[in-house]
Design a protein around this ligand. Structure first.
Ligand code: 3SK
Length: 511
């Protein structure tokens, strides 16, 4: 990591041709299949096309694309010329794109035709954008036909003379308050995450085939579906459309991935659906803590565990994980070799094992800073350590247990209560399909746990059932943890990726 020339595109793309893996299958996306040799040519054409439009080193290129074979070409095409791709969430509203594009000052956005309608309403608010490049589909008169331009380009391209510490890509990270933060990653970050987590936990090899239900614009999906397989010359399957239990089982049956990456909510709904995991050698979960009950039921049904871990946009990928064999229900595991973790109190002093504190993480995939957010950068990037804002405790064997976000934790009668722990317990009741717990105020204005519950089919939402579930929790957990109120709902408010939107529940509470 000195200042020698290094470009991530040479590591993740060109190296495979030099080392004889050019004929390895890189991508399966619907009817499209691309080898590494074809991918390398595509990356070069995309890079040359961006250059011909005047894009230079350090210029930012926003990507608003579904998962498909276009994504790695756009991403590494930009990286190879030293420009900086910004992976934008495709599920946002027009005003969010106005924010992302103005905040980042991206000169161009590469967009799929299907996503043009979300940019259209804010086109006249984009202060710095010079061109809207359509990479797939019909091109309206206000946009530019990038696919045609790329097709006409040379398939040869030299890497820009970047170094390992040059800015490589951005992802936007949203906190509980304020605007999303442009999280700036360097050329060495993807290499570090691949050589640590992907190598030692996934044991990934070129014979693997990855499939990530989390899309490429998430930090989790970007590793799973782009730079992990590309670090070893393995293949990846892309699902451009909606992720449902059915579509996931369909991809697994059709393309037989060996590594499957999901999130807890999806694992939960997959357990309610028909399907098989034939060919999958490892299931991975992140995004939120995996309830022990889901893990147990998954193992019972499929005979294979789920390797749970925690990562963050700031750390690029997973830095604490179970190790694939030693999977402990309800436990996040141990720091991935190459990473370090600390649990600290409000004065940043290490807390003893067994005590809850804030998790700090250290490792060379950590983001350099947040774009134009100096105060947030100082709060989060503390020298070599990243403040994750997650509450954890470590047991005396060195295993880490997630107890919630700093701001989701409840202090009940002066004692910390993890809503996650209460949820995991409620969910064990046979009538409960899903549950979310938040803090609500009692008559005295003090915070107590409240549970929102979705019932399984065949159960009626009666006050008797509510009381039965409360008693069930009271007898399983310390008394003060039981939900004082239990409300039955048809469904829980969730993000498109299945994360429960606790802030919505908190809003319901105050309305
Ligand atoms: O949420 C997570 O656990 C995660 C995992 C990998 C990469 C990014 C994130 C946010």
């Amino acid at each position: 990591k000195d200042q020698a020339i290094f470009n991530a595109a040479s590591f993740f793309i060109d190296r495979h041709l030099e080392e004889g893996r050019g004929n390895n299958l890189a991508v399966i996306s619907g009817e499209h299949r691309m080898t590494y040799a074809e991918m390398a040519s595509g990356v070069n054409r995309f890079g040359n096309a961006l250059k011909s439009l005047g894009l230079r080193m350090e210029d930012r290129v926003a990507l608003l694309l579904p998962d498909s074979e276009t994504y790695p070409q756009a991403f590494f095409g930009a990286v190879k010329i030293g420009a900086v791709p910004i992976c934008l969430n495709t599920l946002m509203r027009p005003k969010d794109y106005a924010y992302f594009l103005n905040d980042s000052r991206a000169r161009v956005v590469m967009v799929d035709e299907s996503l043009l309608p979300v940019l259209e309403p804010v086109r006249d608010q984009l202060k710095y954008l010079e061109r809207l490049l359509v990479v797939d589909g019909e091109v309206p008169d206000y946009a530019f036909d990038f696919a045609a331009l790329a097709d006409s380009q040379s398939a040869e391209l030299e890497c820009a003379p970047t170094c390992a510490d040059d800015v490589c890509f951005w992802l936007y990270s949203s906190g509980s308050t304020g605007y999303p933060k442009g999280t700036v990653h360097l050329h060495h970050d993807m290499v570090f995450a691949s050589e640590t987590y992907a190598r030692s936990i996934l044991n990934i090899t070129e014979r693997d085939r990855c499939f990530s239900a989390a899309k490429l614009f998430f930090a989790y999906g970007l590793g799973n579906g782009l730079y992990f397989p590309f670090s070893v010359g393995a293949s990846v399957v892309y699902l451009g459309g909606r992720v449902t239990p059915e579509s996931v089982f369909d991809v697994i049956a059709r393309y037989r991935p060996t590594l499957y990456f999901g999130v807890p909510t999806l694992y939960g709904t997959m357990l309610e659906a028909e399907g098989s995991l034939e060919g999958v050698r490892m299931c991975v979960s992140a995004g939120e803590a995996l309830p022990a009950d889901i893990l147990r039921r998954w193992k019972d049904r499929f005979g294979i565990g789920i390797t749970d871990g925690i990562g963050s946009t700031e750390m690029a990928h997973i830095f604490i994980s179970n190790d694939g064999i030693d999977i402990r229900p309800g436990c996040t595991g141990k720091p991935v070799p190459g990473y370090e973790a600390r649990i600290v109190d409000e004065n940043f002093q290490d807390v003893p094992d067994g005590e809850i504190g804030t998790l700090l993480a250290k490792g060379d995939s950590a983001a350099a800073f947040y774009w134009n957010k100096h105060e947030k950068t100082k709060e989060t990037m503390m020298g070599e350590w990243i403040n994750t804002g997650d509450k954890f405790y470590r047991d005396d064997e060195g295993y880490y247990y997630y107890v919630g976000r700093s701001n989701d934790m409840l202090k009940v009668g002066g004692i910390w209560v993890s809503p996650i722990e209460v949820e995991s317990c409620v969910i064990e009741h046979p009538a409960v399909l899903e549950c979310a717990v938040i803090g609500a105020r009692d008559m005295e204005g003090l915070i107590k746990p409240k549970a929102y519950v979705v019932l399984r089919e065949g159960y009626n939402p009666t006050p008797e059932l509510a009381r039965e579930i409360q008693v069930f929790v009271k007898t399983s957990l310390a008394h003060y943890k039981y939900p004082r109120w239990l409300e039955f709902v048809e469904e829980l408010p969730k993000t498109k990726t299945g994360k429960i939107m606790r802030y919505m529940l908190k809003q319901w509470e105050t309305e």
